[in-house]
Design a protein around this ligand. Structure first.
Ligand code: SF4
Ligand code: SF4
Length: 157
């Protein structure tokens, strides 16, 4: 069964705001976007080191101007209860239950472009994290009102 994923689903999801493995920063943004964030939030922005800037120049890669830091949060409830999750520092709430982005109206372009509700990247992220909830955190569908993929052999696309 193909799960219906809409913009509303994002409020009970948030998994595309979490990297699959630990990393210091998650979401790239431009200096212009940094300036749109309030001073309190600007403290959560990291600039590339001189070393990384030199590497970008040598490799010919576009230079990342800034990025939002991540935070590691121990989950007290929800499908990931008992697990520490690395996520964008601006994500609030419990992933796959109820979340919000602290800067939703001013969120960086990267967030608009990288993942859109219902698209492949979105479905892949939801599948990746729902498998972790089931296989590593013992979550089962009868434990809560979280819409996750069923554990069938057929991929839900
Ligand atoms: S993975 Fe999809 S449903 Fe979840 S927050 Fe991202 S875009 Fe929304
Ligand atoms: S800025 Fe908001 S939308 Fe973008 S990754 Fe962070 S929490 Fe998610």
């Amino acid at each position: 069964m193909k799960e219906k994923v809409t913009r509303k689903t994002c409020l009970s999801c948030g998994v595309c705001c979490m990297p699959p493995h630990y990393q210091d920063t998650y979401c790239d943004l431009t200096e212009k976007e940094v300036m749109r964030l309030g001073p309190k939030i600007r403290r959560l922005v990291m600039r590339p080191s001189l070393f990384n800037r030199c590497l970008s120049m040598i490799d010919g890669r576009p230079e990342v101007e800034a990025a939002i830091k991540t935070k590691t949060v121990m989950q007290r409830s929800g499908p990931f209860k008992g697990k520490e999750l690395c996520m964008c520092a601006l994500l609030k709430g419990t992933p796959l239950v109820s979340v919000r982005c602290s800067v939703y109206r001013n969120r960086p372009r990267t967030c608009h472009d990288a993942v859109n509700p219902g698209e492949r990247a979105c479905r892949d992220a939801r599948k990746f994290w729902s498998d972790i909830a089931r296989e590593q955190c013992g979550w089962a569908e009868d434990k809560g009102p979280v819409m996750l993929y069923r554990n069938t052999k057929k991929e839900p696309r």
